[in-house]
Design a protein around this ligand. Structure first.
Ligand SMILES: *Cc1c(COP(=O)(O)O)cnc(C)c1O
Length: 235
């Protein structure tokens, strides 16, 4: 599908290249950062175009939309939920998602544990703990100062597989940079405490993924730069 004269798969390739460049600049192996296309609000035809070039996983922020797209696109595609999950939608979400990057409360962990116990006995759901690094009250996520305790409590949930942290950064680049540094520091503390795990750091979106990669991101969530008319900026 062509939007603004450039196809979705062309923009995906450009972003992918730019991610690799950012890795190189940061002295990191490009394979250490996964590019998660965020397809929210965008039509299935665009997703299909990316499936055709080998993308098999997409990020969505609403359960209902994710479920509809999942049923239409079939089993070759898997789904990561990156938006706030309300408890009353957890059951539906558990039938669709294969990863949750927005775990933001113990209540949600409890509900998920209950659902997963009923539906996926032998599989643990990979989860990332969302951290509110910007301090904006409208944003979801655990306060940075509570991350150590929160993650300790997660050990009680046998059907959850906590693999790391996720954040939506402050729109201001200087504050975003401070937030990314804070995330890297939290990750170091978790690794030191537990001696293993916590390898995932999901941070960086269309406007700030280069900075996030410089700070150790392992997953950049890119919507606009891939799916909308606005071409990715170069450099
Ligand atoms: C929409 C969204 C993204 C992608 O944002 P873009 O700026 O469009 O790349 C990433 N993460 C979350 C949690 C989102 O809701």
């Amino acid at each position: 599908m062509i939007e603004g004269g450039v196809s979705v798969s062309t923009r995906y390739a450009a972003v992918s290249e730019s991610v690799a460049e950012a890795c190189q600049k940061a002295g990191r192996d490009p394979s250490s950062v996964r590019l998660l296309p965020v397809s929210k609000t965008h039509p299935e035809e665009m997703i299909e175009e990316l499936v055709a070039i080998g993308c098999t996983r997409f990020g969505e922020n609403r359960v209902q939309e994710m479920a509809v797209k999942a049923s239409r696109l079939g089993s070759g595609v898997s789904w990561t939920l990156i938006g706030h999950l309300q408890r009353n939608k957890a059951a539906l979400a558990c039938t669709v998602m294969s990863e949750l990057q927005s775990l933001d409360s113990l209540e949600l962990a409890r509900v998920l544990e209950h659902e997963l116990e009923a539906t996926r006995l032998d599989q643990r759901l990979p989860v990332l703990v969302e951290v509110n690094t910007s301090g904006e009250p409208t944003k979801n996520g655990i306060a940075p100062g509570e991350v150590m305790e929160f993650t300790r409590e997660l050990a009680a949930f046998g059907h959850l597989d906590p693999r790391g942290l996720m954040t939506v950064a402050d729109p201001d680049p200087v504050r975003a940079d401070a937030g990314f540094a804070m995330m890297a520091d939290l990750q170091r503390q978790l690794k030191d405490r537990d001696g293993q795990g916590w390898d995932e750091l999901s941070m960086g979106m269309s406007g700030d993924y280069r900075a996030a990669i410089a700070h150790g991101s392992t997953c950049v969530r890119i919507g606009t730069a891939i799916f909308s008319q606005r071409a990715p900026r170069s450099g």
